[in-house]
Ligand binder design. Structure first.
Ligand SMILES: Nc1nc2c(ncn2[C@@H]2O[C@H](COP(=O)(O)OP(=O)(O)OP(=O)(O)O)[C@@H](O)[C@H]2O)c(=O)[nH]1
Ligand SMILES: [Mg+2]
Length: 294
C-alpha cells in the first residue's frame, strides 16, 4: 500500500522527561514483582508495543493483554491472538470497561508463573501470591484494568494520555497485588506510521499534534480498511483523495467558515473525536502479517 500521508506529514514524537523517569522507575521496581502484565491496545498491538520492553522486562514472566478489545475489529483481534499463540507468547484479549475476559487474568498469570511456583515449592514456600507490574503506553487502560480487577476506584483514570503520574501499589485481594505505572513511550518512532496510529488511538498528547495532519492520516488508514463505514458515517458517495474526503466531511457536517469555506481544523477535531468515541465503528489499524517480526 502506498502511504501518501507520510509524504506530507510532520514528524510525531513525544518522550518528555517524566517518561524517561517513569521508565527508570519501572526497571527499579522489577525485582519487587513476580510477573509483568504488558498491556497493548487491541487496535494496534504492534504500534503499542514499546520496543524497549524486551530489554526492560528481560526474563520476568509476562502476560500480554490486548485491552480495549470491544472497540477493535473482532476478526483482526483473533488474528493477533493466533499470532501470539503460534509464537508461544501467552496472550489474552480483554476489555477493562465491559469486563470481557478479565476473570481469566489470574488463571493465565498462574500459567505464566508455573516455574516460579515450582522454585518456591522447592524452597518450601507455599505462597501463591501474585505481584504484578502493569506496563503500557499512555492511555492504553492500565489504571482502568486495575480498577476493574479491584472492583473499586483504586487509581485515577482519564480519557487523555499522562493521567497516572507516579507508581502505586493496589491490593486486589490477599493473593493479588498490582503496581500501576505511568504510560511510557520511547525516544523515536522509527516508522512514522507507528506515531500516526498512536496519535489516532489517543496515546500522544493532542497539544503537540497537528490535528489536520493526523486526520488526513486517519482517513488514509480507514479508507483502506473500512471504506464502507467511512462512507456511511459521513454520507460520502465516493472516496477520493484524503484532502477531498476531509473537505466533503466538513461540508456534510457543516464545519464551515463564515465565507462558506470548509473549516478543516474543526472538521479534523470532529473526525478524531468520532474515531476515539467509536462513532464510525469498531476498527483495528494493523494486522500481524504486515510485520516481519515482533
Ligand atoms: N472501550 C474501552 N475503553 C477503555 C478500556 N480501558 C480503558 N479505557 C479508556 O481509556 C482511557 C484511558 O484509561 P486509563 O486507565 O486512564 O489509561 P492508562 O493506561 O492508565 O493511562 P496513563 O495513566 O495516562 O498512562 C479512559 O478513557 C478509559 O475509559 C477498555 O478496555 N475499553
Ligand atoms: Mg493510568
Amino acid at each position: 500500500m502506498d502511504v501518501i500521508w507520510l509524504e506530507n506529514s510532520k514528524v510525531i514524537q513525544w518522550f518528555p522527561g517524566h517518561m524517561a523517569k517513569a521508565k527508570r522507575e519501572i526497571i527499579e521496581s522489577l525485582n519487587k514483582v513476580d510477573i509483568v502484565f504488558e498491556l497493548y491496545d487491541a487496535r494496534i498491538p504492534f504500534s503499542s508495543k514499546n520496543p524497549m520492553v524486551d530489554e526492560i522486562v528481560k526474563n520476568k514472566p509476562r502476560l500480554v493483554l490486548l485491552n480495549k478489545s470491544s472497540i477493535a475489529d473482532k476478526k483482526t483481534t483473533k488474528l493477533w491472538i493466533d499470532y501470539y499463540k503460534n509464537k508461544g507468547i501467552l496472550a489474552l484479549d480483554i476489555d477493562s470497561i465491559n469486563g470481557y475476559n478479565i476473570n481469566k487474568i489470574v488463571d493465565y498469570s498462574k500459567i505464566a508463573l508455573k516455574e516460579t511456583y515450582e522454585k518456591r515449592e522447592k524452597k518450601g514456600i507455599k505462597s501463591k501470591q501474585i505481584k504484578a507490574l502493569i506496563i503500557g503506553i499512555p492511555n492504553v487502560g492500565k489504571s482502568t484494568l486495575i480498577n476493574k480487577l479491584a472492583k473499586r476506584k483504586a487509581t485515577n483514570v482519564g480519557d487523555k494520555p499522562g493521567v497516572t503520574k507516579a507508581q502505586s501499589w493496589i491490593k486486589v485481594s490477599d493473593d493479588l497485588f498490582l503496581l500501576d505505572t505511568p504510560g511510557v513511550l520511547w525516544p523515536k518512532f522509527e516508522d512514522q506510521m507507528v506515531g500516526l496510529r498512536l496519535a489516532i488511538c489517543g496515546s500522544i498528547k493532542d497539544d503537540i499534534l497537528d490535528k489536520i495532519d493526523i486526520s488526513l492520516g486517519a482517513i488514509e488508514l480507514i479508507k483502506a480498511r473500512y471504506p464502507e463505514m467511512l462512507k456511511e458515517r459521513y454520507k460520502l458517495d465516493n472516496l477520493e483523495s484524503n484532502e477531498e474526503i476531509l473537505n466533503n466531511i466538513a461540508k456534510n457536517r457543516g464545519c464551515l467558515l463564515k465565507g462558506g469555506e470548509p473549516d478543516l481544523l474543526r472538521c479534523a477535531t470532529l473526525l478524531l473525536n468520532d474515531i476515539r468515541n467509536i462513532r464510525i465503528g469498531a476498527m483495528s489499524y494493523e494486522e500481524p502479517n504486515w510485520f516481519k517480526f515482533i
